[in-house]
Structures are given as C-alpha cells and as structure tokens.
Design a binder for this molecule. Structure first.
Ligand SMILES: C[S@@+](CC[C@H](N)C(=O)[O-])C[C@H]1O[C@@H](n2cnc3c(N)ncnc32)[C@H](O)[C@@H]1O
Length: 281
C-alpha cells in the first residue's frame, strides 16, 4: 500500500473530517495501557474483539503495518459501518471487519498471534465462552491483552444512588443495583480464576485508573457519555413511574457533593490483563 500523501487530502471534505474524530475519550483511558502492553512483533495475525467504531483496531492496523493483518470483530453493524468509512478515508488495507460474537468466532483453531479487547470481554453475554473461544483461536505462544473497568467504577454515583433509593423507601430496588454492578464489572478474582481455568498464563496485571470531573451532578447526568452509555441502564433499575423522582433526587445529592467538594469527581479503576498461551510463536 502506498503511503497516503497528506498534501493531497481535502481538509474540507466532511467525510474525512468525520473520520478524524475517531476516538471516544472514554476508550482512550483504557487503550493507552493496552497499546503499551502489546508486543510489537512483525508480520502477525491480530484479532481485536469488540472494536465498535474502530478502536483500537484502526490504531493496531497502522502500528503493526501492512505486513500484519488485523481483524476487527463486533456484532454491532452500525458501528462497523463507520469503521469501514474510516478505513476508506485513511486507505487502510490490512484491516478486515467481521460482524460476529466473541462467544462464537468463525476462525480455525490457532489462528492469531495477538488478541486485544478494549473494554469488551467483561461486557459480552457469556464471558466464559468468549475467553474459551479466545484461547481456541490463539496460536501457541500468542498474547492476549484485555482491559476492563472494575466494580469500583463511578463509586461516587453508586454510593449516592442506593442512598436515594433508601430515602425514597424504594428498598425493593437495592438488590438490583448490586446485580447490575456485577453484570457490568466483574471482580478481578473472578476474572483471574476464569483466565487460569481456561489455560492462559496471566503474566501481568496493571491497574491504571482515571477520574472524570464535572462542575456538578446536573452536568454529569446531562453529559453525552453518561446519557448514551450509563443512564439507560441506571434508569431501568427503577420502575418507570419512580424514575423521575429518583433521578431528580440523585441529581440533588450529587449537586450537594459538588458544592461541598468544589466539583464532582467520578473514579474509574481499570485493569489491563496481559495473558500468554504456552508455546513458541
Ligand atoms: C465498551 S464498547 C468498547 C468499544 C471499543 N473497543 C472502544 O474501546 O471504544 C464494547 C463493545 O463490545 C461489543 N460487544 C458486545 N457484545 C459483544 C460480543 N458478544 N462479541 C463481540 N463484541 C461485543 C459492543 O458492540 C461494543 O462495540
């Protein structure tokens, strides 16, 4: 593939400009450590699971170069359509998109030298099956690098929410909050157990964390990331008739926290798992 010449690019082309704005800030916090942990070997087969709109598959395809091939796997067709546009804009030819699920991957055994997954393997419907599939399609000596957020994610919200439910006498919803946290973020002990039972050696665990800061609870609850990726599942924890009151009160509580502390901080603990399959590449 010839290197694209930037001086020939039309910086007024809306399709190009749309492709440039490619990375959710949220994902970058996870992927920074993933991209640092990956072993950069030449001419390898790479699988990125849960690539969404293209991260980090696009980045890996470029960092590994034309002699390596990267597959971006995600069942979310609208997101991978966007990835297709980005690939076209950048002229990337060593990346293939596949709409499939991690739990059932259409690859032969021992296909990949490297598997990556940025904040996805703990979100699939059947994590055990997905990890088993990863092991099956990994070559001997392959590396798997996965990031995920941990149960303490946004604990500032998760402290305030049950408190509000208790204040409003909505005790029947409290167990649902705990279940929701477990379904979204697995404790590291569970993941460790899963990985070693499957046969991977967990050679490194890194624990970066980041914080998101807001002027107050109103700004937090109205932020596009929160409205898109968090709020619908939080609302669903309470019956529809109780949602307005519950979230009004959560907002008030978070605003009070912001007032006393100067701003609102949400903490996001992350783990980056570096796993190896026994054998030589
Ligand atoms: C939190 S997003 C992460 C997206 C991207 N890796 C990033 O860092 O921005 C989780 C992704 O996992 C995908 N996903 C959900 N279930 C999946 C499954 N069973 N197999 C593969 N991907 C799945 C979703 O479609 C979504 O794109």
């Amino acid at each position: 593939m010839a290197a694209p010449k930037t001086d020939l690019w039309n910086l007024d082309d809306p399709d190009l400009i749309s492709a440039i704005d490619e990375l959710p800030l949220w994902s970058a916090h996870f992927a920074q450590v993933l991209l640092e942990t990956v072993l950069y070997r030449p001419g390898i087969a790479v699988l990125d699971i849960g690539s969404g709109t293209g991260f980090p598959a696009l980045e890996l395809a470029q960092r590994f170069g034309a002699r390596s091939n990267v597959v971006a796997l995600d069942p979310w067709r609208a997101a991978t359509d966007r990835l297709q546009q980005e690939m076209q804009q950048y002229g990337i030819e060593n990346l293939t998109i596949l709409n499939a699920s991690a739990e059932q991957m259409p690859f032969a055994d021992s296909t990949f030298d490297l598997i990556t997954s940025n904040n996805c393997l703990n979100k699939v419907a059947d994590p055990k099956r997905a990890w088993q599939e990863c092991f099956r399609v990994s070559k001997p000596g392959a590396q798997l690098v996965a990031t995920e957020n941990l149960p303490g994610t946004m604990e500032e919200f998760y402290e305030c929410f049950p408190e509000t439910l208790r204040d409003l006498n909505l005790h029947e919803y409290l167990a649902g909050v705990e279940k929701h946290i477990h379904s979204k973020r697995k404790p590291i002990e569970e993941t460790r157990h899963l990985i070693s039972n499957i046969g991977y050696e967990l050679v490194l665990e890194q624990y970066p964390y980041f914080v998101l800061r807001y002027v107050n609870g109103t700004a937090f609850l109205n932020h596009s990331l929160i409205r898109l990726a968090f709020l619908p599942s939080w609302r669903a924890l309470v019956s529809e008739s109780k949602q307005a009151k519950a979230f009004e009160q959560v907002e008030e509580k978070l605003n009070a926290v912001a007032k006393s502390e100067g701003s609102l901080t949400m903490t996001v603990p992350v783990v980056c798992l570096d796993c190896h399959k026994a054998g030589v590449v």
